[in-house]
Design a protein around this ligand. Sequence first.
Ligand code: SAM
Length: 233
Amino acid sequence: MYKRLADYYDEIYHFKNYQKEAEKIETLIQLHKKSAGNRLLDVACGTGNHIGYLKQHYIVEGLDSSADMLRIARKKHPDVAFHMGDMTSFKLKNRFDVITCLFSAIGHVKTKTRMRKAVRNMASHLQPGGLMILEPWITPLNFRKGLIGWNFVDKPNLKIARINISKVRGPISAFEYHYLIGTTSNVEYVVDKVSQGLWTHEEHLEAFRDAGLRVSFDSEGLMGRGLYLGIKP
Ligand SMILES: C[S@@+](CC[C@H](N)C(=O)[O-])C[C@H]1O[C@@H](n2cnc3c(N)ncnc32)[C@H](O)[C@@H]1O
């Protein structure tokens, strides 16, 4: 999706309240961050929707592995530094007071080994006293297969219908999203297959602890998936 459908991302996720989510992130930062600085890195920043609000309070940078998502983020926020990179392996010179990784982007790394590598790599970019905030994908316990999902976009010059069902293959969730996209020039049918790793609560906690972070869990989170909060001592 992040390549072919990047231009429709903001329309498809119109139901998300990024402002409210950013306000909650800001509250958690105020509560937990111990370092004095205010540099924030949003990993897997997508089209920069949280960044639009977080940049009011922090010196923000964004990182994503998709050139197409970054193209849109850069256009919306020409004042922000964006980097192309993989969360498991990026290397930046700066160290940050806050690192966020939101909307379950971590699930895209698929395996537990890569999830642990991503957490370790993000932790290595934190200042002492810095805070990592990670919104996980669904746990194996909470994942429900066979659910039918739908999402419609109804704008004058754009109509999108998306239907999907949830399947599971071992420790991986497999979604097949079927899109019908109508623009003023044509109607396109696109199938997007998305696989995301399913990890337990314990596996997340262990990844944070093994990366040298003091971890806690906010079960309410931004949209019911919770948030892991890791402080670098
Ligand atoms: C669900 S979107 C979330 C985007 C944004 N955080 C938001 O809340 O709208 C997932 C994002 O993760 C990015 N992504 C997927 N795998 C990645 C990886 N290994 N490293 C960095 N970004 C990745 C995708 O390109 C996409 O922009």
